[in-house]
Design a binder for this molecule. Structure first.
Ligand code: NAD
Length: 470
């Protein structure tokens, strides 16, 4: 027997889940969200938002440390870690309250507890306090339970010496030294933040390069900046384990061919795995792949009729904005709107390390691998007026275009950036890639001056064979 009935039940209140809920409510559906923690998910509580907040604290530290270059006298910066954490939590709390208010305003019912598929169109909600579970029914169910940090053998997470991103945001003090295992987006953001705040950081990455999914020229910019700032990076290394020192004095991490590094803290940032435990997938006929991701078609439909899955539980880019898009897509499908599938190839990527990284579309290598004959144009922030004014001249904008018969650039296949505020500059590049603009289309547009976005315009102009500064 059902205790309550809705049009749609969403299990999980993170970006995928709340986007679906808000979109569904906006479409006039009666939507319920089942959440066993706080609405907002990983992104808001232990992901994007706190990571960017701490990176901003690191940016303020850098600015104050460089104030004398601008003729501004300031005392040597110090760090009050509890204030740093307090500010981070205030931002999270404000956003959480805003989201809860928005869900309430749209009349989305939020059930506090864990949801399990317990029959066709039925979700059992088990409250955390052990109260009697209730059965909630709806013709459509969206699974949006997210992901959890992966861990590796030999590095048991204890929240003190070995942490993942889940624990790092709550450390009661900054370590003196840290080993970051994994040089992906999370590893590089944490390494950058801690390095700027004076922590002696060592990054240990198994692949030959950090930021392996990025264009090689862009990854090199970050690596060079890390080197200049004293952040050690070892690539192509295997980590073997660690030996805690007596009296809680940190630990010694073994890696590569007989190498060791002694640190206060080990941060494990080796990817995230889908969170599907307790969802009742098997009994409901929802198939998962060999890596545990829920299998979906191009409209996020699972193998069980009436059940969709979105966000980090499916094998698409593990990004909050992908989850938003998938949540909205699932609702559109539920509404019978015959939506176009998402184009994951054009996904915008933003990594908030210093320097920042942002890109959309093909890297030079992936374009060549896909069979394109390409021409590229790279312009560096060193020559850009606004970047010089900021004092942030490390980085570049690289545009990859299809090569025309006269050797100039045609359709823009990808844009890859590293440097100051590139996460905020990606917008026009993202549109260029996804609207399949040509270099000539972009070259004919006026870029505001002086801005750092002039670099994108310049790079496109160069591809037409007539650059101003290149
Ligand atoms: P990731 O997959 O991006 O990077 C993990 C890195 O760890 C890889 O480079 C991998 O080679 C390395 N690695 C794996 N096992 C290792 C081992 N035993 N020893 C050494 N290195 C090892 O994963 P992530 O950085 O943990 O991020 C998780 C997900 O969240 C990713 O999909 C990421 O894109 C996303 N994310 C994105 C952002 C952003 O875009 N700003 C920020 C955070 C997270």
């Amino acid at each position: 027997m059902s205790d309550a009935t809705h049009d749609v039940i969403v299990i999980g209140g993170g970006p995928g889940g709340y986007a679906a809920a808000l979109r569904g409510a906006g479409a006039g559906l009666d939507v319920a969200v089942v959440e066993n923690n706080k609405v907002g998910g990983t992104c808001l509580h232990v992901g994007c938002i706190p990571a960017k907040e701490l990176l901003e604290a690191a940016s303020v530290y850098r600015t104050v440390a460089a104030a004398a270059d601008f003729g501004i006298t300031a005392s040597v910066p110090g760090i009050d870690w509890s204030t740093v954490l307090g500010r981070k939590q205030r931002v999270i709390d404000q956003l959480t309250a805003g989201l809860s208010g928005l869900l309430g305003h749209r009349k989305v019912t939020v059930y506090s507890g864990s949801g399990t598929l317990s029959g066709p169109g039925t979700v059992e909600v088990s409250p955390a306090g052990g109260e009697t579970p209730m059965a909630v029914t709806a013709p459509s169910v969206i699974l949006a339970t997210g992901s959890t940090p992966r861990t590796i053998g030999g590095f048991e997470v204890d929240g003190r010496v070995v942490v993942t991103s889940d624990e790092l945001f709550f450390l009661d003090r900054l370590p003196t030294s840290a080993a970051v295992i994994g040089g992906g987006a999370i590893g590089c953001e944490f390494a950058s933040m801690m390095g700027d705040l004076g922590v002696d950081v060592t990054v240990l990455e198994a692949l030959p390069s950090i930021l392996a999914g990025c264009d090689a020229d862009v990854a090199k910019v970050v690596r060079r900046s890390f080197r200049k700032r004293g952040i050690a990076v070892h690539t192509g290394v295997t980590v073997h384990g660690h030996e805690p020192q007596a009296g809680g004095a940190g630990t010694v991490v073994s890696f590569g061919e007989g190498k060791q590094v002694e640190v206060d803290l080990v941060v494990v940032a080796v990817g995230r795995r889908p969170r599907t435990e307790g969802l009742g997938l098997d009994a409901a006929g929802v198939a998962v792949d060999s890596r545990g991701f829920i299998e979906v078609d191009a409209r996020c439909r699972t193998t069980a009729p009436g059940v969709w899955a979105v966000g980090d539980v499916v094998d698409t880019p593990q990004l909050a904005h992908t989850a938003f898009a998938e949540g909205m897509l699932a609702i559109s499908d539920i509404c019978g709107e015959d939506p176009d599938p998402l184009d994951y190839h054009g996904t915008p990527w933003c990594i908030y390390s210093h320097p920042e990284v942002a890109f959309a579309g093909h890297t030079e290598q992936s374009a060549v691998d896909a069979g394109f004959e390409v021409v590229t144009s790279t312009h560096r922030f060193m020559g850009n007026g606004r970047a010089q004014i900021l004092g942030e001249t490390d980085g570049l904008v690289k545009v990859i275009a299809e090569k025309l018969s006269d050797g100039t650039g045609g359709r823009i296949l990808g844009v890859h950036m590293a440097g100051p505020w590139v996460t905020e500059q990606l917008g026009q590049a993202y549109l260029a890639v996804n609207w399949e603009a040509t270099a000539a289309d972009i070259a004919g547009l006026i870029q505001p001056h002086p801005t750092m976005s002039e670099l994108f315009g310049e790079a496109a102009l160069s591809l037409t064979g007539r650059s101003l500064h290149g």
